[in-house]
Structure formats: structure tokens, C-alpha cells
Design a binder for this molecule. Structure first.
Ligand code: ORO
Length: 310
């Protein structure tokens, strides 16, 4: 018998826990050339801002010995295009929609939330507080729990009550549990963890940063132990708070790792660039692994690494 893959993110139920990570699948259209987008738990759209944004100059990506370093700089067409073109397309294909938002301040986030949560078919809003290459000082909202909480509060108060708000956190902050608690206190319904890890590579020929933005985000399997550790730590402190876990997921076994650490859903990111059908392969692998282990419900695995042995 097929296992029950359904999972809950606050008041939203997904058919299965495999979702795409923001910035790694556009709004799902490119991936739909490879598989039926309605088969995965949800598509998380690239973080959208109010206005169209050109993003960072090229080169935006550098290969490192241990993962991808990238700085796209929140490039995107702006919220009007998302609402008029991309979101209706995703919903027309039966896709579930997690919409990621990014802003320069609480006011911009709030306005995005108001417009997006009014749109039909939005399942969840993910508040990106942790872009690793923000304009300005190189700091992001997740660096300061009070700033992060201010943004979450603004988003929550401008979002229809039935649409959950998840805060997307960075791994490289001094007190991740404190940050997570501040976001929950500000009425985040859940957390997404983690964004890419801030980093830099220097091109040995030019002795200049390898990505034009200077600072980039390191992603891929190298960061998976960091991400799993973050999910584990926050789930231990805040067990009632649903988490979308992400960071270097490439296989069904990686999904199991995040579920056991405490994630209720797991996002697939960087691997999509090299293997655009990865999400459905990972879903198949997960299902096979559950059958092999005799697990009948995905929900039973969430947080299992925290349970005493025996
Ligand atoms: N890159 C990331 O790694 N994370 C973000 O949240 C945003 C970007 C980007 O747009 O460059």
C-alpha cells in the first residue's frame, strides 16, 4: 500500500512534503516542461519585490569545490507580473503556491503581503528575511531579531488570516533559536530554514570576487549538515512550530533526514538547476524508502530524531 504522504504547514495540508525552494524553480513554468507540477507538494516562487528588479550583474554564479556560490540579487519582474501572469499560470496547472516575498523595509513587505494574500490560490506566504547578498551594508533582516520580528508583524497584519506566514531564516546568525522565537512571537505561523550560507570566492586570475555581487550564497550538499542542524535545534526549542527544511537536498534520503530533524515539508533547491526533474525523482525515492521501512504515514516521521532510542 502507498504510504500517506500528506503533511501540514499550519492550516494548510499538502499532498506530500516535497516542495521547491524559492529562487530555484521560478514560478514552476520551466519545471513543468519536465513533470506535472501538481505532483509535488508545492512550488515556492522566486522572492518577489514590489517593483521589477534587474538584480546583480554577471557573473552571478561561481562553482566552488563544495557547492554553488550565487548572487542573483533578487532579480524579478515585480509583483504585478507575478499576480497577473505567473501565479494564475501555476494555479491553472493545479500547482500549490507558496509565494516568497522580499522587501527593503517592513512597509514594502506589508504591501506585498496585502496584495498577494488577496490573490486567489495562494497557499502560504514565505517572508524572505535572509537574502545573503542584500543591497547596502551586506546585512539582512534575519541578522537582527527585532528587525525580523518587525517585518513578520507587518506581514502578518496585512495577510488574510487563513493564509499562513512563514519566516525564512539564515543559518549564519548568532542566536538562531532566539531569532526563530522572535518571529513566532511576532505571529509567524511557521519557519523556513535555511537560506544559502553567506560566502565569497575570489577568482585567482583577477583577484576579484568571483561573483559580481561580491558576497554570495553558498548552496548545495555542502550546507546540508548545517541546515539539518538548524532544523533540529529549532524544532527542539519550538516543537509546535511547523518548519519547511531546506539546504542541499538531492535525494529521498535527504528528505528523510530533514523530516527526522523536525521539518514538516522539505524544499528542493540547487539540484533543480542541473536536474530539473529532481523533485519527482526525490518524491519517488522517498515513497520507496517509506515502503521499505514499513512507514505508513510521513507525519509519523516528523521530529523522530528527537525521540529517545528504544
Ligand atoms: N540568493 C539566495 O541565495 N537567497 C536569496 O534569498 C536570494 C538570492 C538572490 O536573489 O540572489
Amino acid at each position: 500500500m502507498s504510504p500517506d504522504l500528506r503533511t501540514r504547514l499550519s492550516n494548510v495540508e499538502l499532498e506530500n512534503p516535497v516542495v521547491t525552494a524559492a529562487g530555484c524553480a521560478g514560478s514552476g513554468r520551466e519545471l513543468a516542461q519536465y513533470f506535472d507540477i501538481s505532483r509535488i507538494g508545492a512550488v515556492t516562487t522566486k522572492s518577489v519585490m514590489l517593483e521589477p528588479r534587474a538584480g546583480r550583474p554577471a557573473p552571478r554564479v561561481a562553482e566552488t569545490p563544495s557547492g554553488m556560490l550565487s548572487a542573483t540579487g533578487l532579480q524579478g519582474p515585480g509583483v504585478d507580473v507575478l499576480l497577473q501572469r505567473d501565479l494564475p499560470w501555476l494555479i491553472s496547472r493545479g500547482g500549490r503556491a507558496v509565494v516568497s516575498v522580499a522587501g527593503g523595509g517592513a512597509g514594502e513587505y506589508a504591501e506585498l503581503a496585502r496584495r498577494i494574500s488577496d490573490a486567489p490560490g495562494v497557499d502560504l506566504i514565505e517572508v524572505n528575511l535572509s537574502c545573503p547578498n542584500p543591497a547596502g551594508q551586506g546585512r539582512h533582516f534575519a541578522d537582527d531579531p527585532e528587525e525580523a520580528a518587525r517585518v513578520v508583524r507587518a506581514v502578518r497584519s496585512h495577510t488574510r488570516s487563513e493564509v499562513p506566514v512563514f519566516a525564512k531564516l539564515a543559518p549564519d546568525v548568532p542566536d538562531l533559536v532566539g531569532l526563530a522565537a522572535a518571529c513566532v512571537e511576532a505571529r509567524a505561523d511557521g519557519l523556513s530554514m535555511v537560506n544559502a550560507v553567506r560566502g565569497m570566492a575570489i577568482d585567482p586570475r583577477t583577484l576579484r570576487p568571483a561573483v559580481a555581487g561580491g558576497m554570495g550564497g553558498l548552496s548545495g550538499p555542502a550546507i546540508r549538515p548545517i541546515a539539518v542542524g538548524c532544523v533540529y535545534e529549532v524544532h527542539a526549542a519550538l516543537p509546535q512550530v511547523p518548519i519547511i527544511g531546506m539546504g542541499g537536498v538531492r535525494t529521498g534520503s535527504d528528505v528523510l533526514e530533514f523530516l527526522a530533524a523536525g521539518a514538516s515539508a522539505v524544499a528542493v533547491g540547487t539540484v533543480n538547476f542541473a536536474d530539473p526533474s529532481a523533485c519527482v525523482r526525490i518524491l519517488r525515492e522517498l515513497e520507496e524508502m517509506l515502503i521499505d521501512r514499513g512507514v505508513t504515514r510521513v507525519a509519523d516521521l516528523i521530529g523522530s530524531a528527537h525521540r529517545p532510542i528504544g
